[in-house]
Write a protein that binds this ligand. Structure first.
Ligand SMILES: NC(=O)c1ccc[n+]([C@@H]2O[C@H](COP(=O)([O-])OP(=O)(O)OC[C@H]3O[C@@H](n4cnc5c(N)ncnc54)[C@H](OP(=O)(O)O)[C@@H]3O)[C@@H](O)[C@H]2O)c1
Length: 252
């Protein structure tokens, strides 16, 4: 791995991944991190012209695809169409640009655990197909499944090299604390804001039975890089398999 592009390189995971790749690959390597201000991946013309410029300046041997539109909390329930249009466009444009401009590069994409059906036990990768995702994240989850089908199709028709990792909820430095952040940061933010307002009650969503699997950001990044370097699996889960219960619904 020497010349690398990271989509979503300004985001929580993509930003940390970019730092780790720059440290690991050293001065001789080139790591380009792109956020939505660099290229709007929902726009095919903009995507192709950004990739054409990148291809003129570097021979990319690895693409990390971290870009997606996702917010936690109630946002996905209110915006399933926004998520569908944005993420389908981002994924299709990225796959197409990969095949047009860097067909020899390996692609590593981030997928999400919500692609699996809501069950108590950890899911093997074989449960991805023939099952339905969590209803409240249905649209987002299906765009991730579609991305995986895109991987498979490019591998089959063009002998393209790719892999992907299914991530549970990631936490750690760089994560957000807003209401629509992932649960750990959102909870910390809720309690800090309540303390500042001297509120006597903090409202926590859910009925206390919800369980999540967490992975620390640096472990997620290490797993993504290891998969990119060593794996030819179409998809693999990345996580501890340990579940954490969220707690009670209202805390004083
Ligand atoms: N965080 C988790 O717990 C978790 C769990 C499972 C899977 N994942 C997956 O991991 C990946 C990274 O997640 P994250 O938490 O790092 O997300 P994030 O912090 O929200 O970052 C999303 C990234 O996507 C970019 N992006 C959004 N819309 C774009 C567009 N139209 N064109 C180009 N870039 C666009 C953003 O760019 P700007 O910021 O510059 O707008 C940002 O760099 C995503 O694919 C997500 O589905 C995350």
């Amino acid at each position: 791995m020497k010349n690398v592009i990271v989509t979503g390189g300004t985001g929580f995971i993509g930003g940390r991944l970019t730092q780790a790749l720059r440290t690991r690959l050293g001065a001789g390597a080139r790591v380009i991190a792109a956020g939505s201000n660099d290229v709007d991946l929902t726009d095919r013309t903009a995507t192709f012209s950004w990739f054409a410029r990148a291809a003129a300046g570097m021979d990319c041997d690895h693409l990390f695809h971290m870009a997606a539109v996702y917010k936690a909390g109630g946002w996905p329930v209110e915006h399933p169409a926004t998520q569908f249009f944005s993420n389908m466009s981002i994924n299709v444009n990225l796959l197409w640009a990969w095949m047009l401009f860097f067909p020899k590069a390996k692609l590593t994409s981030a997928l999400s655990y919500c692609m699996y059906p809501p069950h108590d036990s950890p899911h093997p990768e074989s449960e991805l197909w023939g099952t339905e995702p969590e209803p409240y994240l249905y649209s987002y989850a299906m765009t991730k499944k579609a991305l995986l089908i895109g991987h498979k199709a490019c591998a089959q028709e063009r002998s393209a090299r790719c892999t992907s990792v299914v991530l549970p909820t990631v936490y750690g430095p760089g994560g957000g604390f807003e209401e629509d952040s992932h649960v750990m940061g959102a909870l910390i933010g809720k309690f800090v804001r309540a303390r500042r307002r001297k509120a006597s009650v903090v409202e926590v969503w859910g009925d206390g039975t919800q369980e999540r699997e967490f992975i620390f950001i640096d472990d997620a990044v290490e797993g993504i890089i290891t998969a990119a370097e060593r794996s030819d699996a179409l998809v693999q889960n990345l996580g501890t398999g340990a579940r954490t219960r969220s707690g009670r619904s209202r805390t004083r």
